[in-house]
Design a protein around this ligand. Structure first.
Ligand code: NAD
Length: 312
């Protein structure tokens, strides 16, 4: 049976992915970790340990203590927050990944999941139906760290046979946790504003298309790629994955169907410039062919599901 350690488990993705891993592999086989001690309250169903991913000795000690076989390395500083402290973002995002890759190289763990992002793309990248392989010139330190991370993953696979798997997530939308400081966060926050009857201040332009994915699809994609037979994984940097693309005006129109008095103001800030350097849609043919990726949710279905849950 796998023993799974999750880093950054208290975050927007980790809170839901850790629960899905526990449901799949058993509560006793999942160790949630985060630098934030308060995250413990989310994990009454499994072991929780405080872990700063830059503390390599503690990471190694936890891997040994719990006989960990897989690490889902989620801890990172995201795109918008990263711009406020570029050098530390580089250090955290890179050093921590290398620590985890080194553990696998030494045979102490057998498999790694590490998320990349559409932030690896940049202004010279084809914006429509962005291919797996194309010009990649990220403009944020976050994107630079994810692109470098992708190359390190491919390197550790090629040179040392490390079984590391990765997805280039689009903007992730969930309703269970607050968003963590990314450029697509508006699409998470807009639901609460609609429900609470507040005017929503949108930090992107109304026609700013971005690729997005509902959290249950992101969880499914993550579990699927990790369960796929090794020989089916033809891409060892990171896979394009896609589910839907929409602009702020389109998600607003969708919410108006439920809340006809809902109001929105567009006040683009520095995040608009980041968003403008990212693709508006993604070609994920390889994920579909290699391990049968298929999304379940479009904008309409996602909005209904989120509002049904939040209303409860
Ligand atoms: P988040 O900011 O919500 O969560 C990150 C978690 O990492 C937090 O709980 C934080 O306390 C923890 N953390 C920060 N520094 C740490 C450290 N030094 N040691 C240990 N833990 C630390 O982020 P998220 O949205 O859950 O993203 C998780 C991963 O998915 C990241 O690698 C991110 O780049 C990737 N990703 C997310 C999105 C998205 O839209 N949310 C999109 C693409 C990729």
């Amino acid at each position: 049976m796998e023993k799974i350690l999750v880093t950054g488990a208290g975050g927007q993705l980790g809170s839901e992915l850790t629960a899905a891993l526990a449901a799949t592999y058993g509560n006793d086989n999942v160790i949630a970790t985060d630098i934030n001690e308060a995250a413990k309250s989310k994990f009454d169903y499994c072991v929780f340990e405080v872990l700063d991913v830059l503390d390599n000795a503690r990471l190694e000690a936890l891997v040994e203590k719990y006989q960990v076989s897989q690490v889902y390395h989620l801890a990172a500083i995201l795109s918008a927050v990263g711009e406020k402290n570029p050098l530390f973002t580089w250090k955290l995002n890179m050093d921590s990944l290398l620590n985890v890759l080194e553990l696998a190289k030494a045979g102490k763990i057998q498999q790694i999941y590490w998320p990349s992002s559409i932030a690896v793309f940049g202004k010279s990248t084809p914006r429509d139906n962005t291919p797996q392989d194309c010009v990649m010139d990220p403009t944020t330190v976050y994107g630079i760290s994810k692109l470098a991370g992708e190359r390190w993953c491919a390197y550790y696979f090629e040179k040392y046979g490390v079984d590391v798997r990765s997805l280039r997530y689009p903007g992730l939308i969930g309703y269970k946790s607050a968003a963590g400081g990314g450029t697509t966060d508006y699409a998470v926050d807009i639901f609460r504003a609609a429900i609470e009857g507040e005017t929503f201040e949108c930090f992107l332009k109304e026609d700013m298309y971005l690729p997005m994915m509902y959290m249950p699809d992101a969880i499914k994609a993550t579990l699927d790629i990790m369960k796929a037979p090794k020989e089916d994984i033809s891409i060892r940097s990171s896979y394009n994955v896609s589910a839907m693309s929409f602009s702020p005006s389109e998600i607003y129109a969708e919410l108006l169907k439920y809340y006809p008095d809902f109001k929105i103001n567009y006040n683009p800030d520095f995040r608009q410039e980041i968003a403008a350097s990212w693709p508006d849609s993604i070609d994920d043919t390889h994920a579909r062919l290699d391990w049968n990726w298929k999304q379940e949710y479009n904008l309409e279905k996602m909005a209904k599901d989120i509002l049904d849950h939040l209303a409860k």
